[in-house]
Design a protein around this ligand. Structure first.
Ligand code: PYR
Length: 497
């Protein structure tokens, strides 16, 4: 009997560098790998969306729309895939429906094929418009289940959500595990349950690797019928990132499943990123494996955010207290999964609670979360905290779709962009400014200077570290040391690199 083909989505060009190196990878460090990626036989190549758009204009002086067009040109044979935050697009607030339609239309026009649409609260109403817009432009609409663990989240609940996404017209379902919480057995049960309930809908499984258990989860999901799994080439994998593509290929040998990926191409892609990754070392987290996440449920990116907020307040030593506060805040909010933007909203409120007393000061975003302005969570919200949110925000609770409270805004967004120096008159620029009004004006002004590469060679990093620690600069010849090993003196000479 021939092996069942398992599709693979390669993450190196988006989520891998978002998770490993704070989304800083410059386009020039990716282009040389594109031909091999295009020819390796992936089901899709995730290369856009999530935080990459923000990082392009905030840190890299790079036009994200141009990045997409370049990927399209360099990978003509591949399905290009993006992560879309439902009604939030690639920003952090809800946009009115016409803006959602424009964004999807322009993304498709610039080369996008597969839209993985998610909502941080798993509220289908926040995904419906984006999914419809994707279908309207004839592209692949992938509905997403964000996986979390809580007293209100069950296998049956996830299966029911899959049904709602299918009713919305999803061409495939993504099971998205952004915090590496998806253990092998629930991976099996959810995938099996969806297949048994709804027949042969395509299921894509996305796991991070931080807890160390999820390569096994991918195997169990495949045994349960998953069709496509997400991995990152080994030199861009593990830690807060994802499982290695080559390990998946090797794991499947002799199992009756195969990826059909071209190993020679994979090795070339691996070698390319093995050269690139060390240049971004200063952006990497030290975490390799962390099983505390099963209790704290704090994804890696969220932890580093909270650490920097605490440090800015001179309270860097209070991170443990904040980590204990996060699950309480999450429960008060009705157990939302922690993913952009709920992870930032819950994390920042946990920091405020620790520094100022529980809910003494609420962020506007947390009050909105408690009052329904981000949508509905599966769990009940803490009624006492809802009352505090009403009093602090001077707003009422809403129960209908949050975007229904927004007035048409495309005209105003066009007018706002038209006033900016460097605005190129395109709908793409209007969208860039709509999503990042605090960053886009400066980017439009400096765009003509071209992209910036913020990476550093290992030698540059070593020199900077030496300077910061007050080492003598300019050592050019060997340095002689006397070292004692097992009581005997040895003289060693160390050459600078
Ligand atoms: C993002 O929204 O950027 C994620 O990667 C979840």
């Amino acid at each position: 009997m021939s092996a069942r083909k398992i599709g693979v989505t390669e993450l190196a060009l988006r989520d891998a560098h978002q998770s490993l190196m704070a989304t800083r990878m410059a386009m020039e460090d990716m282009v040389d790998a594109c031909e091999d990626i295009d020819q390796a036989g992936y089901w899709s190549v995730e290369c856009w969306g999530g935080a990459t758009f923000d990082a392009c204009i905030r840190f890299l002086n790079e036009d994200p729309w141009k990045r997409l067009r370049t990927f399209r040109e360099l990978m003509p044979n591949s399905r290009l895939q993006m992560l879309l935050r439902g009604q939030n697009l690639l920003g952090y607030r809800h946009y009115e429906d016409m803006v959602v339609e424009k964004f999807v239309e322009k993304s498709a026009e610039n080369g996008m094929d597969v839209f993985r649409v998610f909502d941080a609260l798993n509220d289908p109403r926040n995904m419906a418009k984006a999914m419809q817009a994707v279908k309207d432009v004839g592209k692949h609409a992938q509905g997403t289940i964000c996986y979390t663990i809580s007293p209100v989240h069950t296998v049956e609940g996830y299966i029911k959500l899959a049904g709602q996404l299918i009713d919305m017209g999803a061409e495939s379902i993504a099971l998205k595990d952004m915090a590496a919480l998806l253990q092998p057995q629930p991976a099996y049960d959810i995938v099996r349950g969806i297949k048994e309930t709804y027949g042969d809908i395509q299921i894509n499984v996305h796991c991070h690797s931080t807890t160390g258990v999820t390569l096994v989860s991918l195997m169990k999901a495949i045994e349960a019928g998953a069709d496509v799994v997400d991995t990152a080439i080994s030199s861009m994998s593990l830690g807060p990132g994802h499982n290695p593509t080559e390990s998946l290929v090797a794991m499947l040998e002799g199992t009756g499943y195969e990826t059909g990926l071209d190993m020679e191409r994979l090795l070339r892609i691996r070698d390319h990123f093995a050269e690139v990754r060390p240049k971004y070392a200063e952006f990497e987290s030290a975490t390799l494996v962390d099983t505390d996440i099963f209790s704290s449920q704090i994804p890696g990116g969220m932890l580093s955010n909270m650490e920097s907020q605490l440090k800015a307040q001179g309270a860097g030593d209070r991170i443990r207290e904040v980590m204990l506060e996060v699950p309480k805040v999450k429960a008060d909010a009705g157990h939302p999964p922690l993913v952009t933007p709920s992870s930032q909203i819950v994390g920042t409120q946990a920091v405020f609670n620790v520094l100022m007393g529980r809910y003494k000061v609420m962020t506007g975003e947390f009050a909105d979360l408690m009052l329904g302005y981000y949508g509905e969570c599966l769990g009940e919200r803490n009624a006492e905290v809802v009352e505090m949110a009403k009093a602090q925000a001077k707003k009422d609770v809403i129960a209908d779709r949050p975007a229904d409270h927004l007035d048409p805004e495309w005209g105003a967004l066009e007018a706002a962009a038209a006033k900016l120096e460097g605005f190129d008159g395109s709908a793409e620029d209007v969208l860039t400014n709509a999503m990042f009004p605090g960053v886009a004006p400066k980017f439009f002004e400096t765009r003509h200077e071209g992209p910036k590469n913020v990476s550093k060679t290992p030698a540059q990093l070593a020199a900077e570290r030496a300077k910061a620690s007050g080492d003598r600069p300019g050592i050019t010849g060997p340095v002689q040391y006397n070292v004692k090993i097992a009581g005997r003196e040895h003289s060693v000479s160390v050459e600078p690199v």
